[in-house]
Design a protein around this ligand. Structure first.
Ligand code: IPE
Ligand code: IPE
Ligand code: MG
Length: 232
């Protein structure tokens, strides 16, 4: 099966660095390498849409010094990777709130989205200042006037509420690295029938080969969507 939507909660940077006697921010820098590796591997694994959780709305609660390094890394990623992403047919889309981001970062995001708009091999969605609950609330606010709202309408409204292109696509496989087994306010609507894959591997050690292993695991699963299993 191709055209899959895979979402990843990239967790464990801080613990990985701390375990090596280094500052947490060193783990975030290494984590950027994993992003490169995973984005490079995704299209050949049948992934058409890749959504990466880079910064949650709750992550503002971290020390200012860590927040500022994360924002700098994000900006640097957009600046240094964009040409290669475009050349590889990757279309970048940033989802989440933008009104609390620095204006320079917002400009970098807009530029990256513009310059990669023609990409057709992979849709790379980066979730920054993202909260699934907040954007569902926003979608419901917009919908409040309509009494006959249906599921498909809400899918579109959620898509718009997060700066998406108008659709909140269902997730096929959700991966979380770093050993925790929770969603941390990520894609709550879109994961209704997602397969879940939790790995103890810390994000800085998760590369294309680990993604391939997760995809093998996913392909062996029987997705029933409420129906009974098809006899084999
Ligand atoms: C994930 O790693 C990156 C972000 C949340 C931005 P963490 O920073 O959460 O690392 P741990 O979970 O503390 O090890
Ligand atoms: C989730 O990780 C957010 C990102 C990976 C960007 P956290 O490390 O913030 O989640 P919790 O606090 O352990 O649930
Ligand atoms: Mg964490």
């Amino acid at each position: 099966m191709t055209d899959l939507h895979v979402a990843i909660i990239m967790d464990g940077n801080g613990r990985w660095a701390t375990a090596r006697g280094r500052p947490r921010n060193w783990g975030h820098r290494q984590g950027a390498e994993s992003v490169r590796s995973v984005v490079g591997a995704a299209p050949d694994l049948g992934i058409r849409t890749l959504t990466l959780y880079a910064f949650s709305s709750d992550n503002w609660k971290r020390p200012q010094s860590e927040v500022s390094v994360l924002m700098k890394l994000f900006r640097r990623y957009l600046r240094t990777e964009i040409d290669e992403l475009r050349d590889n047919g990757v279309r970048v889309k940033v989802i989440g709130r933008r009104d609390r981001l620095a204006s320079g970062l917002v400009t970098a995001i807009e530029r990256a989205e513009e310059q990669t708009a023609g990409g057709e091999r992979l849709e790379l969605r980066l979730a920054v200042d993202y909260s699934s609950r907040d954007l569902m609330l926003e979608a419901i606010r917009i919908a409040a006037a309509a009494s006959d709202i249906e599921r498909k309408d809400l899918v579109t409204l959620i898509g718009h509420a997060m700066n998406g292109d108008g659709e909140a696509p269902d997730v096929d496989l959700l991966i979380r690295t770093g050993g925790e087994r929770r969603l941390s306010d990520f894609l709550l609507w879109e994961c209704a029938y997602a397969e879940l894959y939790f790995t103890p591997t810390m994000w800085p050690e998760f590369h294309g080969s680990e993604l391939a292993a997760a995809m093998d695991d996913f392909r062996a699963r029987d997705r029933r969507f409420g129906r009974v299993a098809v006899a084999s």
